[in-house]
Design a protein. Structure first.
Length: 261
């Protein structure tokens, strides 16, 4: 009888151990499934940290907001310029102390607005259609103040054939010697491109029939634009110019080029 009880206890004990082992095995399988790679789960978690995902999302959102602000700012600026141009009618609140004071104050206001726009644009920005349209509109203004503001704006933009044409055909023939010099400095960005022939032609025209002060400013920068293709053209102009300081200065510039080339 005692032997029977002993065997029964042993059998029950073994059965309990088997059940515990099976339960433990099931719990383990719930934690680590043989069909999944625990390393892959860990790698995914470590490579997609919540704070990094949030930072990336914030950067994208900031870039989008910045772009939207730029579009909004440009629309506001364009509206402001439109309002200023309407002031050419003489109906705005600018000084009228003498016949020129109104226009001078208006011209300065347009220049200041252009300078503010320039400061909001990064160097090397590509010319877009909206900005090109605005520049073309304002390039019809003959005021040196407006021309100065436009040249400051252009200096921050990538070289563009439209800009090179405006500078060489309009600003290079400005009544202001300072604008002529600023235009030549800006045109240095267009050396060697398809505007080169146009630039040479406009400088030649300035030397032949431009204001003496403007022609003198052009002579100071001419050496930067001389090349084998246009040297003979400028030499011909030099021979045809009437005797005087301009003729002698042009001869000196051409002689120096010939010596170093």
């Amino acid at each position: 009888m005692k032997v029977f009880k002993g065997l029964l206890v042993l059998t029950l004990t073994l059965a309990a151990l088997v059940i515990i082992a099976r339960v433990s095995g099931d719990k383990t399988s719930l934690v680590i499934s043989p069909e999944k790679n625990p390393k892959q789960v860990t790698d995914f978690a470590s490579s997609h940290k919540p704070d990094e995902v949030q930072k990336s999302s914030s950067r994208l959102e900031a870039a989008e907001n910045s772009q939207n602000r730029k579009k909004t700012d440009f629309k506001s600026f364009k509206k402001k310029i439109g309002e200023l141009l309407k002031c050419r009618s003489g109906q705005c609140d600018f000084a009228k102390n003498d016949p020129r004071s109104y226009d001078l104050e208006l011209d300065r206001e347009i220049r200041n607005a252009l300078n503010r726009l320039s400061q909001s644009i990064n160097f090397g920005t590509k010319l877009d259609p909206e900005l090109a349209e605005l520049i073309k509109l304002l390039s019809e203004e003959s005021s040196p103040f407006v021309q100065e503001g436009l040249l400051n704006l252009m200096s921050r933009l990538q070289p563009d054939p439209q800009l090179g044409e405006i500078i060489s055909q309009k600003f290079l023939h400005s009544v202001s010697p300072q604008i002529v010099q600023q235009s030549l400095a800006e045109l240095l960005k267009y050396k060697g491109d398809k505007n080169s022939v146009l630039i040479s032609r406009e400088i030649a025209q300035l030397l032949k029939s431009g204001s003496p002060i403007g022609a003198k400013r052009a002579l100071k920068e001419l050496r930067h634009f001389l090349n084998k293709s246009n040297y003979l053209s400028f030499r011909k102009i030099q021979r045809e110019l009437p005797s005087g300081p301009l003729k002698e200065q042009l001869k000196s510039v051409l002689d120096d080029y010939l010596e170093i080339s």
